[in-house]
Design a protein around this ligand. Structure first.
Ligand code: UDX
Length: 456
């Protein structure tokens, strides 16, 4: 029975990195706009970098990742970080749930990132509703599901791989932890561990929308035990559906935001700028940075390049002087605002899932240069399934040469195929808008989630 006057209280627990915080924070805002009370638990270390007053309808709390002073960089290794996160995260999440237990608003449901399966164990110890939130594409989640359950035999020895709901996948289309067997074993274990206890979760929430991944959503819905809901895209709703109040661009930047540089875009003609970014984690080699830099210069289009401050020393000497007015480099920008600017004609991207879905939903065609993890699979879909971009070819030494980069940029910006990609991108933007608007597939799935919580 619906308890009138009672707002169910959801606690969101993201994996503590930029690409996982952004979608869960936007989703929390959407839940708040639907009448739930939403609290967002970030780590103490991350809380030092944010401005709580900007998070609007979502309340902030902290838990610990066991690295309160330096976050990930305080740990000795990936394994060490994940061990600390699990131990300190479980303990402080329990304490947080306890803190609210005797308050006017006890927590009813924990929405946790699939990369934090320990949060599900804590949630169930308290008898609360648990929803696992998958930040990455449904296709990628499905591959990990099959790998975890031994339905995909590893290492893959005879590609292409056939998984229900997915196109045939060559090795290079698989997530990198699978196709470069043995790379980052701790991360590989982590992505598979999403399914170690997920059978106990009451909901599967996926950051995608139905029409984007219809076939795999259908096939995965048949194999998981709980309702699988598509709740995306979680990009700031002011770009698609204006019903969410206080929906700024991503409010919680772990890097110093340089918003002023985006003014440069308004001085450029529509569709004339190549926007380049590799997200929050990828590091290019010095050689690759040089190839990219000179490709951007040679291609003769305007370009706006995000180079995080930790990567800046890899920019070739004198490059900034050489490019003059043709290009601009910034350390961290409001990416959705940039992609929404009509001056941007192409997104040169590493294909992190957020970047990919942001570009799709803002109608921007892409050059895909995936680096690792899920990005290789996203790139396959960008090029071959959604047909909104072209994927660069890597040479025998693992480098993408400047001629190849230039060729791909040219194809998207002014080539015949580029025209088609732009039309397709516009179509995906319309479908994304439809999904999150009132009565759309994601809107209905979110309503289903909200109304179930209202009856507990
Ligand atoms: C990581 C993984 O690498 C990615 O593949 C996975 O799908 C999610 O977690 P990341 O590499 O940072 O994320 O890439 P991405 O998923 O694209 O997320 C980056 C986020 O930072 C995006 O939401 C993007 O809008 C934002 N961003 C990026 C900015 O706000 N400003 C910038 O200058 C660059």
């Amino acid at each position: 029975m619906v308890k009138k006057d009672y707002r169910a209280h959801v606690l969101a627990v993201p994996y503590p990195s930029q690409g996982h915080i952004n979608p869960m924070l936007q989703f929390s805002k959407r839940l708040a706009s639907k009448g739930l009370k939403a609290t967002f638990a970030t780590t103490l270390f991350i809380s030092h970098t944010m401005k709580p007053e900007l998070l609007g309808s979502v309340q902030i709390e902290t838990i610990s990742d066991g690295c309160d002073e330096g976050g990930f960089f305080e740990a000795q290794s990936i394994e060490d970080y994940l061990t600390r996160l699990k131990a300190a995260g479980s303990k402080t999440l329990s304490e947080l749930i306890m803190k609210y237990k005797s308050s006017a608003h006890p927590i009813d449901c924990v929405i946790y990132d699939g990369l934090c399966p320990w949060a599900l164990d804590v949630t169930k110890q308290f008898g609360l509703v648990a929803a696992v939130f998958f930040t990455q594409a449904c296709s990628v989640d499905c591959i990990y599901y099959y790998a975890h359950h031994g339905l995909l035999r590893l290492p893959v020895t005879s590609p292409p791989v056939s998984i229900p709901g997915l196109p045939l996948l060559e090795l290079r289309d698989m997530p990198s932890f699978i196709y470069v067997a043995g790379s980052y074993p701790a991360y590989f274990e982590l992505v598979l561990s999403q399914f170690s206890n997920a059978d106990k979760a009451d909901f599967f929430l996926i950051n995608t929308f139905y029409k984007l991944e219809q076939e795999v959503v259908e096939s995965m819905s048949k194999v998981v035990v709980s309702p699988l809901l598509t709740i995306g895209p979680t990009i700031p709703s002011k770009y698609l559906d204006k019903r969410v109040e206080n929906d700024n661009d991503y409010d919680l930047n772990l890097f110093k935001l340089d918003s002023t540089r985006t003014n440069w875009l308004s001085t450029k003609p529509p569709g004339s700028v190549v926007y380049v970014s590799f997200g929050s984690m990828a590091n290019l080699t010095i050689e690759q940075m040089e190839e990219l830099a000179y490709a951007l210069k040679q291609s003769n289009f305007y370009f706006f390049w995000v180079v995080r401050s930790s990567e800046e020393s890899k920019i070739p000497n004198n490059f900034v002087q050489e490019i003059g007015e043709r290009g601009l480099i910034a350390n961290w920008v409001p990416q959705t605002e940039v992609l929404a600017n009509e001056a941007v004609g192409c997104f040169f991207t590493h294909c992190g899932w957020n970047s990919t879905i942001e570009a799709l939903c803002l109608g921007v065609p892409m050059v895909a240069m995936p680096q690792w993890t899920d990005q290789t699979t996203d790139a396959k879909f960008v090029e071959d399934v959604w047909k909104v971009g072209v994927r660069v070819k890597v040479d025998e030494n693992g480098i993408v040469k400047r001629e190849e980069i230039e060729r791909c940029i040219r194809e998207v910006m002014v080539g015949d195929k580029g025209k088609l990609m732009k039309e397709n991108a516009k179509k995906w933007k319309e479908l994304a808008t439809e999904a999150v608007s009132e009565g759309g597939s994601s809107d209905k799935d979110i309503d289903q989630f909200v109304s179930k919580l209202a009856t507990i």
